[in-house]
Design a protein around this ligand. Sequence first.
Ligand SMILES: *Cc1c(COP(=O)(O)O)cnc(C)c1O
Length: 384
Amino acid sequence: MKLKTQKISKTVKRTILLNPGPSSTTETVKDSLIQADICHREKEFAEITREVAEDLVKIVHGKKNDYVATLFAGSGTICIDVAIGSLVPKDKKVLIVNNGFYNDRALQVCQYYGIPVVDCKFDVLELPDLDVVEKTLKANKDDVAVVYMAHQETGTGLCNPIREVGALAHKYGKIFVSDTTSTLGIIPIDVYKDNIDFCMASSQKGINAFTGCSFLIGKKDYIEKTKDFPKRSYYTNLWRQYSYFKENGQMNFTPPVQIIYSMRQALKEHFEEGEKAKYQRFMTIAKTMREEIAKLGLEELLSEKITTGLVIAIKYPEDKNFDFQKIHDYLYNNGITIYPGKIGNLPTFRLCNLGSLQVEDILTAFKVLKEALKECGVAVPIKK
Ligand SMILES: *Cc1c(COP(=O)(O)O)cnc(C)c1O
């Protein structure tokens, strides 16, 4: 007997998301969400999960024998929680190279788990001073087990020197963990060259699928060691999830099934576009954004030299008529989303460069932004 088929088809508005995730998705990724209902314990689905996990390791050029991707159902922060909670031996410390909001989040995770931390703090508008990092590492070399730093501080767009900090960590025999949530899949990362033991990201960011699945990519031999480390969480423990997957070829608890289908499609598109071409597309978009920002007379918070180009933080213009909420709403009503800043009390907003964007989308967005500024009573180009 043959079961009936179901036909689902829907037309949706295409929107331009310039927020730091989730990102605009392609039609084919949207379409991939619609699948026959399936129980995640079936072999067919386990096979898809395995493929996705293997492809994630390929993105960062890891070899299958050295590195493994472990998946979790949750937003990107779940991986910060997993990494901090699972990778630190008893009585050892985490050294956080801390110059922003996301590094601070890791610090808070340490505090929640009662893990001692060395907070190597720097100004949020500057790159970390590597001499200070080394001195701090040296002074704490008997206590620290893990060096942690976000690749891109998504609040500012600052690009942290992972390769150099990873090299310092290794020089002192420590493991290096990087929060690469907002760069992985866009900025080429090579775990060997970049001295990364563990990195992480989430389905809705650089790989351009839907929200709901996050993954930690890391060294197998170190994960094996964590078997005897303190278990600080039941649900977000790396060893538990890794070993279950290894034995059963499945995630321990119910996975986000449809999201994993969308990741499979997004990864296919990632490899079809190619690492170099994809990175180039985003760099061209960044260049266009910067030209348009300058044309409007807006000012970037940070110098281009120290940023990734994937997040551009823009200072509020001094015009008293400028009202971020009004500008946001005007754009939103035209299908474009912009995002507030995240840098203490510095008034900024952000434009992020993520997802299935093309240069034309940026030109459209800026045309509407110009209208929005005028509508608000801000004279453009803005006078300094
Ligand atoms: C987006 C992001 C995260 C995760 O944030 P969620 O809100 O949990 O998805 C973590 N780190 C960085 C650097 C990010 O950009």
